[in-house]
Design a protein around this ligand. Structure first.
Ligand code: ADP
Ligand code: ADP
Length: 226
């Protein structure tokens, strides 16, 4: 089965920037997929379209069989999104942020608390559960974003530059966590401009440049060419 099928995607922003010129992409269920490319290549736009935060100009996007034009609610339930910017309420506590997120998806409070303990513990944030988000370090905020995105148990986790600005030691522990999540069956797509990150984590890779997919291959095949 496919986790994601993008066909003929185009995106032109108001003002005329052609962020996606033409993009076709298929990601299989269970994959760990990297979208690699320089700044301005169109990675965030692609993720924005998949998660329906950015309106596409043309083309179709299908998430686990759900067309985002016709079955948006079902598609959204499949997706957990970790955007680049911290977009939680800085005055809420860590526990409130993750439990409320689960609430938006109709998860009961009891189950939400169990999941919160599980993910916050795994991400080394349980000790901070009663701290306000604004009191956390940058690395902790990143991990909070990941915990929040998992609360409704999405089948597809999408992360936009998840370890940008994170030091190498913390980056490694975040990588270990993402690998575990993937081994538990969650399909993962991340954007990065670190080849090393893609190399450490991903099975398949798409290289995007100037709004086009210039290469889509296995990590192994790519590395053997370098
Ligand atoms: P990446 O994530 O690979 O850095 P983006 O998808 O953010 O690339 O950007 C692709 C192109 O679209 C860039 O030229 C960027 O300036 C432009 N762009 C991104 N967001 C907007 C927006 N909201 N309005 C206009 N142009 C945008
Ligand atoms: P709002 O737009 O009022 O912030 P939403 O219900 O749209 O509320 O989303 C709540 C939070 O969850 C937002 O901060 C948003 O960035 C994040 N979010 C939106 N869509 C998803 C998703 N598919 N998976 C995980 N988090 C999401």
């Amino acid at each position: 089965a496919n986790a994601l099928v993008i066909e003929g995607l185009k995106k032109t922003y108001k003002g005329g920037v052609q962020a996606i010129k033409s993009l076709d992409l298929t990601v299989k269920q269970g994959d760990f997929f990297a979208l690699l490319g320089p700044n301005g290549a169109g990675k965030s736009t692609t993720i924005g379209v998949i998660s329906s935060l950015v309106q596409k100009s043309q083309g179709s996007v299908n998430v686990f069989g759900f067309d985002i034009d016709k079955q948006l609610e079902q598609a959204k339930l499949c997706i957990g999104l970790v955007p680049q910017e911290f977009n939680f309420n800085q005055f809420e506590t860590v526990l409130q942020i993750v439990v409320n997120q689960a609430g938006y998806y109709g998860v009961t409070r009891q189950v939400a608390l169990e999941r919160a303990e599980q993910y916050l513990t795994q991400l080394d944030l349980w000790g901070k559960r009663n701290a306000q988000a604004r009191q956390l370090s940058g690395g902790m905020k990143r991990r909070l974003m990941i915990a929040r995105a998992l609360m409704h148990r999405p089948k597809l986790l999408i992360l936009d530059e998840p370890t940008a600005g994170v030091d190498i030691e913390l980056r490694r522990s975040m990588w270990d966590f993402l690998k575990q999540i993937n081994e538990q069956g969650v399909t993962i797509i991340l954007t990065t401009h670190y080849l090393e990150e893609a190399e450490m984590l991903c099975r398949n890779i798409g290289i995007i440049d100037q709004g086009m997919l210039v290469e889509c291959t296995t990590m192994k095949a790519l590395l053997s060419k370098l």
